[in-house]
Design a protein around this ligand. Structure first.
Ligand SMILES: [Zn+2]
Length: 973
């Protein structure tokens, strides 16, 4: 982040900027910014945040309140991104990804709004993307073929043969079939419907697969005309670019083309229930032992009320925020289920908010038991009172959240948008989402007067607007859904004449023809290679070596937070410890330490830190892919005043962790439930790991740490005889090993807070470090398939390549970008109906992979992977090359922030990935040619080197894979 000498001045209230009027100007002292709220003559609202951050952001959000579950808002989100008046290419959005240096681009449909946000550090890029976003949302072409491609369509199994069976197709149709296979999604949709049965939340805004075919093309267009209008738009901009210039662009591009319109999108209140209700829902799954969830939820007051919103946020954090929290702990310790149910906590994304708690990892039929447990526990808490220390700890967490400026996970620039969007869209005051001082002040004053939260709990318990919702797996559902789909096709097509059938064939051919057409992407704005910043921002730190530990200190504008990491590089370790290591890092911060049980330790962590974590990392040096390095890193953050206490917490976690059998059993069950759920969400990553595990030691370790092998190991430990005792014994050996490892500490803080005493940590390490490095056995080389309850497939192929310093590495990185945007996305998503397709190359791992996401095909997709060479030998030009290099450069220059910039440099340098090496890599990247791409493809991506992995719902060998020469080893997950 560069801090400019002077920020643009804020306009005055009442001032007009074109047809905009400044309605409010509010200082945002916590984030050193200013909020300007404007209103356009046509009714459009605009919030602009002036802040010294070179990552500028934009978002336009429309309240969208669907009246059915045809997925109209979601399908519209897809279709508006498929060509607009000024940019009539089939996929301006995907085409812009590689023409831009954006740090975020996306579109999202929630239950009552749709938003289109982006961010970028480049000014030219900002206005390029602004033009594309404005044109897409306000002037989309909404072609009939786009509706058919991404919405729904009939297609014959052989598209040009009307005697073959009819099928339903469509990107959203397939996407939602995948989404509704996940218990979390099913719970979330069912919860909105159960608690607000008369409102828009009762509908599946993403689209219920069985109702999507009811959406008509005319219905889609009408929904757009009504909702995507300036009068219904909430604009957001952030950064240090001049506001007048941004507003001018919006006025000229959008506002000037519209006449006034009014639309009532207001959501009424849900009529209250007289008595609590019980509801249920099912998802396709076979885990009847542990696959059910029960959630008990209440409707609360308006979430636009800032005091109510803050108080419920705090209360929810007090009750559920950590393993020791007074509601979490009895729920988990009951042994009924393994983890909190999806949807637990306070939810302000409904117009009237909700609070819910429950358990997952249950057998079916536990609704009454979980309900009784939740109610009894809340009654006890309300009667006994909440300890003031717990409330203080929670308020301290809000203080940290207010001060922290982080781009980790999500650009800060857009985090600000989502914070203000909540109250703003609900008709409340957007400022209250960004500035909690007034609400916090009133809360503290009320707390000084007497009980605040106990009366809230009593009110909750007396509130009859309550739902107990049970979500259970139904092993027959997948089959039934298929039969239902066939029946639906049958019903919808019963009256088809030969003419109708001929039209379906013609439509399919027309769609195929359009997809095959070469689009003229030169109408889209673009950046050039000279827009790529050549010099990386300098990050300085200094190092010292007290004893065996190395310490690096980096000064950063952290807003008063201190970040501390302790990386411990491990020596050779026996095979059984390798499998235990990720379980160790998962359990160690959630157990006890130094004489404190897990409850006391969790309270201590909550009271003095903003969170601690432990993770295991796998890496290799820049010039050798076979020299596996393993490290465990303990990390934490705290307000500077609590930094010494953070040091003590980390010391205890590293030096004196204490595990008990009961707690470990709880934790492992939680992890098992989490991993199982993630298979449906991230099946492509699991498939890639299955394939990469066969290639080299790093891949083999990754698979055992975070692949399906890790899931199988965990399952065996939890369910097998003596598994826990054996693991406890291995944990003891790991603890001893970790205490002898090679330590590197990285401290990030403001210059004032940089001299923190770290000797309590550095003193732990003395004597000689053990030597050697892990050398795990590779699994056998054969195509691997894992089956589970999914109606789609995740296909992957992987190839071993070269280390970071090899001159071919940058060309492989560029190749992955070319294949992704020019080949795999069109072939797999547009033509194949998969939700996604990708090529990936991590220069530090040296593995090149291609994969598909939520894919209806297996054989077809592997044929597409195989044909990549033919594509590459076709007519690729300089444009494709330039775009791929631009896109690759983003991977080399990730968006950092004060919390990450120092650590990234420190650990990069330590691992040998120095700034010099990074500059060499970038110089090579800028010089990559088309011939290089073809050469590295022929050298490294050959069939003889390929390994295969697939996560799927059925035996892939039943497909006709023989033509591809593939036979999969099949195992159920
Ligand atoms: Zn979608």
């Amino acid at each position: 982040m560069t801090i400019m000498d002077s920020l643009p001045a804020a306009p005055r209230v009442g001032e007009t900027l074109g047809r905009y009027t400044v309605e409010r100007v509010e200082p945002l002292p916590e984030m050193q910014g200013t909020l300007v709220l404007l209103r356009h003559e046509l009714g459009a609202r605009h919030a602009h945040v002036i802040r010294a951050d070179d990552n500028s952001a934009f978002g336009v959000t429309f309240p969208t309140v669907p009246q059915d579950s045809t997925g109209v808002a979601h399908i519209l989100e897809h279709v508006v991104l498929m060509g607009s008046q000024r940019f009539p290419v089939p996929d301006p959005f995907f085409s812009m990804l590689p023409r831009s240096l954006n740090t975020f681009m996306n579109a999202m449909t929630a239950s009552d709004w749709t938003t289109y946000p982006f961010s970028t550090r480049n000014e030219k890029d900002f206005f390029n993307l602004l033009a594309v976003y404005l044109d897409a949302t306000f002037f989309p072409l909404m072609r009939y073929e786009s509706f058919r491609q991404d919405g729904h369509r009939f297609e014959f199994a052989t598209p040009d043969d009307p005697t073959t069976p009819l099928k339903l197709q469509g990107v959203v149709y397939n996407e939602m079939k995948g989404a509704m296979a996940s218990p979390g999604s099913v719970m979330w949709r069912a919860f909105g419907k159960a608690l607000y049965p008369d409102l828009t939340y009762a509908n599946n805004s993403g689209g219920a697969p069985e109702e999507i075919p009811n959406l008509t093309y005319e219905g889609l267009r009408a929904f757009h005309a009504a909702h995507y209008h300036p009068s219904n738009a909430f604009f957001y901009t952030y950064g240090q670019l001049p506001l007048a210039r941004i507003l001018d662009a919006i006025e000229n591009h959008v506002m000037a083309q519209f006449a006034p319109q009014t639309l009532d999108v207001s959501i009424p209140d849900q009529p209250p229930f007289d008595a609590p209700r019980h509801e249920s829902a099912v998802y396709p799954g076979t885990d009847v032992e542990r696959g059910a969830q029960v959630l008990v939820g209440w409707k609360l007051g308006h979430s636009s009320d800032p005091d109510l919103n803050l108080r419920w946020s705090v209360l929810s954090d007090v009750l559920l925020g950590n393993p020791a929290a007074p509601l979490t702990r009895p729920l988990i310790e009951s042994g009924l289920g393994s983890a909190l149910a999806d949807g637990s906590g306070y939810r302000d994304n409904f117009r009237e908010g909700a609070f819910a708690a429950g358990l997952k990892g249950l057998p079916a039929g536990k609704a009454a038991e979980v309900e009784a447990l939740v109610l009894r526990t809340l009654e006890e808490i309300a009667a006994q009172g909440i300890e003031p220390e717990l409330i203080e700890s929670s308020l301290h967490q809000f203080e940290i959240a207010q001060k922290e400026v982080s781009n980790s996970g999500y650009p800060y620039a857009l985090g600000v948008m989502f914070r203000l969007l909540g109250p703003w869209m609900q008709g409340g005051d957007p400022v209250t989402g960004l500035r909690l001082d007034a609400q916090l002040g009133r809360l503290r004053a009320d707390l000084a007067q007497g009980a605040v939260f106990e009366p809230m709990l009593k009110g909750l318990l007396a509130n009859p607007h309550r739902v107990t919702l049970e979500v259970t797996p139904d092993p027959a559902l997948a089959e039934r859904a298929e039969a239902d789909e066939a029946a639906l096709v049958e019903r919808l097509s019963a009256s088809f004449t030969d003419e109708d059938r001929a039209r379906i064939v013609a439509d399919s051919l027309r769609l195929k023809e359009l997809q095959g057409q070469e689009a003229d992407r030169s109408v889209l704005p673009t950046l050039g290679l000279d827009d790529i910043p050549t010099a990386a921002p300098a990050v300085t730190y200094h190092t010292e070596q007290p004893g065996r530990a190395r310490v690096a200190r980096a000064a950063q504008p952290t807003g008063g937070l201190t970040y501390l990491d302790v990386q411990l590089r491990l020596p050779a370790l026996p095979d059984d410890l390798l499998d235990a290591l990720p379980l160790y890092t998962f359990a160690v911060t959630r157990s006890g330490a130094a004489g404190q049980d897990y409850v006391s330790l969790a309270r201590r962590i909550e009271a003095v830190t903003g969170g601690v974590s432990a993770a295991v990392g796998v890496g290799t040096p820049p010039d050798d892919l076979n020299a596996v390095r393993l490290a465990v890193t303990f990390s934490g953050k705290a307000l500077a005043r609590n930094a010494p206490a953070l040091v003590e917490v980390l010391r205890d976690l590293i030096n004196a962790p204490e595990f008990t059998r009961d707690r470990l059993e709880q934790l492992l069950k939680q992890r098992l439930a989490g991993l199982k759920a993630s298979v449906v969400q991230a099946g492509n990553a699991y498939a890639e790991r299955l394939a990469a595990a066969q290639l080299n030691a790093t891949g083999a370790v990754q698979e055992r740490f975070s692949g399906l092998t890790a899931l199988a190991t965990l399952k065996a430990t939890v369910e097998g005889e003596g598994g826990l005792d054996d693991l406890l014994e291995r944990f003891g050996r790991l603890r001893d090993l970790i205490r002898t490892a090679e330590p590197l500490l990285a401290l990030t803080a403001t210059p004032d807070d940089l001299n923190l005493d770290l000797t309590p940590l550095t003193d732990l390490f003395s004597g000689d470090a053990p030597v050697g490095r892990p050398a795990p056995a590779l699994p056998k080389r054969a195509p691997q398939a894992r089956t589970t309850d999914v109606p789609v497939s995740y296909n992957a192929v992987a190839f071993p390549t070269v280390p970071y310093t090899h001159p071919d590495s940058p060309a492989l990185l560029v190749l992955s970008r070319v294949l992704r945007s020019e080949y795999l996305l069109p072939e797999l998503r547009e033509k194949g109906g998969a939700y996604g397709g990708a090529a990936s190359f991590d220069p530090r791992e040296g593995v090149f992979a291609m994969s598909s996401y939520r894919d209806p095909h297996v054989t077809r997709t592997y044929q597409v992977f195989k044909d990549a060479r033919t594509f590459l030998n076709g007519d690729l030009g300089e444009r494709e090359l330039t775009e791929a290099i631009l896109s690759a450069s983003k991977i080399l220059d990730p968006l950092t922030s004060p919390d990450t910039a120092g650590r990234r440099r420190i650990y990069g340098d330590h691992a040998g990935y120095t700034q010099d090496l990074e500059q060499t890599y970038k110089a090579r990247l800028l010089a990559v040619t088309l011939d290089d791409l073809r050469r590295v493809m022929d050298t490294y991506l050959t069939e003889g080197r390929a390994t295969y992995g697939v996560v799927t719902g059925r035996d892939p060998n039943s497909d006709d894979l023989a033509a591809l020469g593939l036979t999969f080893d099949v195992q159920a997950i």
